[in-house]
Design a protein around this ligand. Structure first.
Ligand SMILES: Nc1ncnc2c1ncn2[C@@H]1O[C@H](COP(=O)(O)OP(=O)(O)O)[C@@H](O)[C@H]1O
Ligand SMILES: [Mg+2]
Length: 365
């Protein structure tokens, strides 16, 4: 539904040329909720603006549905208003002097050929109902709450009944609680309408909870593209692993590789660990492994697991409410573990550290 091929964007600025997008290739399937995730300045908004026709790529091609909307090589560029898209921005860009009804009607009044008044009324009322703002038609837009304004922006994006909707950090102006509620509501609505969504955010929780697929961006490039589960469990690099949640890293040497159901072995700076899968490696290779804190288990010294454990000493415990975060010193290195808050553990305890083979991710680079 959305195909971006080798997209490059260069800006001329007083500091020289900024190469903001560097060869981005994305293919979003019809009905898919696809998220671009990355830190500020990595090129997310620029990519989205190219799709909308608000920015001119330096190179590459973009198709929406069957229509090539941009192709630098073939000198094709279709203007914004002829692209089959709706958009929701970070600043909702709500017209303060217009009512709720007129805010939503606005994109329809801009359309050519003219949309008839009865049709405008039908579509606006339909859109307002979908975002649960029926009954607010005559209210001036500034008199809505933050969450309602966000839904109004959404109604305006869907009123064109476009097949593709673009979101640029649409929830970042909401407070934390409302943001959490709106995430799933928004995803459900997009799914119910059968729209294809390209959603930009710097918030990892948003990306993980909302997206069918995530592309993590770094410095204008896609660092990894996968499902949220895959990205979380099998990050390819330190950047991806630490951008999406907390992670422990350790260097190690491959002692044996996995084969026929037998785990491989790595001698890590924490101690020996087994692993199940990962990029191809040979015995003797130096690798970096990544393990999530919730996958580090502690056993009291002398328990049955003793033989398979790495021994360490608890050096710090932080109470987080829903969890305890413990730092365990392992000689020259240390590891962070996340435990249930009822865990009986104290600073100074000698503990066994257990990491299961399926929870060891080997980084590609
Ligand atoms: N109009 C512009 N002129 C010069 N540099 C720009 C312009 N727009 C964006 N940039 C630069 O391009 C890079 C990517 O910006 P942007 O796409 O807005 O990132 P993000 O949305 O991921 O935060 C940044 O370094 C930004 O400063
Ligand atoms: Mg941005």
């Amino acid at each position: 539904m959305i195909d971006i091929e080798n997209l490059h964007v260069r800006f001329d600025s007083e500091k020289g040329v900024v190469h903001a997008v560097r060869g981005v290739t994305i293919s979003v399937a019809p009905g898919e909720f696809y998220t671009l995730l990355g830190p500020s300045g990595c090129g997310k908004t620029t990519t989205l603006r190219c799709l909308a026709g608000l920015e001119t790529p330096s190179d590459g091609s973009i198709s929406i549905g069957d229509v090539v909307v941009h192709d630098t090589a073939r000198n094709i560029s279709i203007p914004t208003y002829r692209r089959d898209i709706g958009m929701v921005f970070q600043s909702y860009a709500i017209w303060p002097h217009l009512t709720v009804f007129e805010n939503v009607a606005f994109p329809l009044r801009e359309m050519k050929p003219d949309v008839k008044e009865a049709e405008i009324k039908r579509r606006v009322e339909n859109a307002l109902e979908l975002v649960q703002l029926s009954g607010y038609e005559t209210r001036p837009a500034p008199f809505l709450s933050g969450g309602q304004q966000q839904r109004l922006a959404l109604a305006r994006a869907i009123v064109r009944e476009a097949t593709v909707v673009l979101f640029d950090e649409p929830l970042s102006n909401l407070d934390a609680k409302l943001r959490a509620e709106t995430r799933l509501e928004l995803r459900r609505l997009v799914k119910r309408l059968g729209m294809t969504a390209l959603y930009v955010t710097h918030d990892q929780t948003e990306a993980l909870t909302m997206a069918d697929r995530v592309a993590v961006m770094c410095d204008g490039e896609i660092a990894q593209e996968a499902t949220p589960t895959e990205i979380y469990k099998r990050p390819v690099s330190r950047f991806v692993a630490s951008f999406i949640g907390q992670c422990n890293f350790a260097e190690g040497d491959v002692l044996s590789t996995p084969s026929a159901g037998t785990p491989g072995q790595i001698n890590t700076e924490w101690g020996p660990l087994s692993y199940n899968d990962g990029p191809d490696h040979n015995v003797g290779d130096k690798v970096t492994i990544a393990v999530r804190p919730e996958n580090v288990w502690l056993a009291q010294k002398g328990s049955d697991d003793a033989a398979t454990q790495i021994t360490g000493k608890v050096s710090e415990i932080i109470f987080l409410g829903e969890a305890l975060e413990c730092r365990v010193d392992l000689g020259s290195s240390n590891v962070i573990t996340r435990l249930h808050p009822s865990s009986e553990v104290a600073v100074g305890d000698t503990v066994g550290v257990i990491v299961k083979p399926q929870d060891v991710a080997i980084l590609a680079a």
